[in-house]
Design a protein around this ligand. Structure first.
Ligand SMILES: [Zn+2]
Length: 215
């Protein structure tokens, strides 16, 4: 039998949000927050600071087996790890707007600036970081590039294996468009280590570049 005072205390105990018991991680620009966003291709988890996006990827439950497309599903914030009194970092709001246009207007995103990336999260000064940055800035909507050509764009003609490695570790899905990197044979190659090849095919089709042209 639970004492009256004790059961009362249990009833009154607030449910602690995860953010209240974990300490925030930081970059040189300040603390980050983690957001879940809805989208037509499922939910994304995004980590962001006030300076820009640190990482973005579909939630881990999404694989080729579970992948479903909900046409017209709005891009919006489903939840955020730290409540921050309802404050949302500006780069995250811009990212939502950008993604909404990406999914509904398609190539209209070409005329928009890329969402802000916090380069503190990129491996600055490394070949990997250079590959991510080059891909994000030079391979636009509806374009594809082979691993070898991407390595070339980064000034390393023999770096296609390293470029492939960088793609496997891509921290920012879609914004760093690793889905646009294909095999020189014209096959689309793997996505997320081969677990989301259907997602890669869908993204390329959405951008009007499936099957990719071999150049
Ligand atoms: Zn940052």
């Amino acid at each position: 039998m639970i004492k009256r005072s004790c059961s009362k205390a249990l009833k009154k105990r607030p449910i602690m949000p995860l953010g209240a018991i974990k300490s925030k991680s930081k970059c040189q620009y300040g603390p980050t927050n983690t957001y879940i966003l809805s989208s037509p291709i499922g939910n994304f988890e995004v980590i962001c600071c006030q300076n820009g996006i640190h990482s973005m990827g579909q939630i881990k439950e999404i694989t080729d087996e579970t992948f479903r497309v909900e046409k017209g599903k709005e891009v919006k914030i489903v939840s955020q790890l730290y409540k921050d009194n309802g404050y949302i970092y500006t780069p995250l709001i811009k990212l939502c707007q950008w993604l909404q246009i990406y999914f509904t207007g398609g190539s209209e995103v070409k005329s928009l600036p890329l969402p802000s990336i916090c380069f503190a999260s990129f491996k600055e000064g490394t070949f990997t970081g250079k590959v991510w940055k080059t891909l994000a800035e030079k391979v636009g909507f509806g374009e594809t590039v082979s691993y070898g050509k991407l390595a070339n764009l980064c000034g390393s003609p023999h770096g296609s294996r390293a470029a492939g490695q960088a793609m496997r570790n891509n921290p920012i899905q879609i914004i760093v468009p690793c889905h646009r990197v294909i095999l020189s044979s014209g096959q689309i190659g793997n996505y997320t280590g081969g677990r989301r090849n259907k997602v890669k095919a869908w993204l390329l089709e959405h951008e009007g570049s499936f099957p990719p042209e071999v150049k």
